[in-house]
Design a binder for this molecule. Structure first.
Ligand code: OOG
Ligand code: MG
Length: 256
């Protein structure tokens, strides 16, 4: 029997103390996806118990580049809390992370609740605004290595995110050029089309996957569609900026 509460404590403490842990599947090779999502739920419940607020969710492994970088080829999702939010133009402290990486994303702001099986067009009709976003992922596992159940239990590596200015929901986000710069130099160049062919597909998938856990995308939530390119490792002193065609930019810096 998988001890959900114990493993939730393990991943939560690893995140809080920025200390890498061994993959859960080393000790429990049969860890199921269902148990992994239960661990994620319980670990985030611990955060909510400390006063954090659930503000949305993020989709992960929705592009080929991302799947290839981490060697997992199934979509995952994770929960976002208010404490993970980086103000646009703000800073993070490198010391609070284990081995952080940044990736370019598209964010959706939900204008109303969205639940279950919906088409991408139906999903977009529930969106109030869209924006360029950068997610900071930080796997709690040693060497940033994991299997599907490992990463799901670890809240799909969610650790921080910055969202740029919100734009009209009628902005066509289907094929926008995305350039992620570090210290003014382009490091990752891609298109939002890399996200399942269209980020709206990721939003529809989010509603479907959440329904499997008895959840819905709630009004006011932020949803990240997933990295359009591979992620870039972060070090102190770096300035990270994403420029997304038609959406503008979002940036943050990395302190010690
Ligand atoms: C897993 C999380 C993936 C994305 O946007 O694809 C993710 C990871 O790469 O650590 O956030
Ligand atoms: Mg991501």
């Amino acid at each position: 029997m998988t001890d959900i509460a114990k493993l939730a404590e393990t991943v939560d403490e690893a995140a809080q103390s920025a200390t890498a842990i061994a993959q859960l599947t080393f000790a429990d090779p049969d860890l199921s996806g269902t148990a992994a999502y239960a661990i994620q739920r319980a670990s985030i419940a611990r955060r909510l118990g400390r006063g954090e607020r659930l503000v949305g969710m993020k989709m992960g492994l929705t592009s080929r580049a991302k799947m290839a970088q981490v060697g997992v080829d199934e979509m995952v999702w994770g929960r976002l809390t208010d404490k993970m939010r980086i103000e646009d133009g703000g800073a993070i402290s490198r010391a609070k992370f284990i081995h952080p990486r940044a990736e370019p994303e598209i964010a959706f702001l939900m204008g109303r609740r969205l639940e279950g099986a919906v088409s991408p067009a139906e999903a977009m009709a529930a969106v109030e605004a869209v924006a360029a976003a950068i997610e900071v992922i930080d796997s709690r596992y040693e060497n940033f290595k994991f299997t599907f159940p490992d990463v799901v239990a670890d809240n799909s590596s969610s650790s921080a995110f910055a969202v740029g200015p919100w734009a009209s929901p009628y902005t066509d986000v289907g094929n926008l050029g995305m350039v992620m710069e570090i210290d003014g130099r382009a490091k990752q160049i891609g298109s939002s089309a890399a996200i399942l062919g269209h980020p709206a597909r990721s939003l529809a998938a989010a509603a479907r996957l959440l329904a499997e856990e008895g959840m819905a995308l709630e009004e006011g939530w932020i949803v990240l569609a997933g990295g359009a390119t591979a992620a870039e490792p972060l070090s102190p002193g770096m300035h990270v900026r994403l420029v997304a065609q038609g959406l503008g930019q979002v940036a943050f810096s990395v302190g010690a």
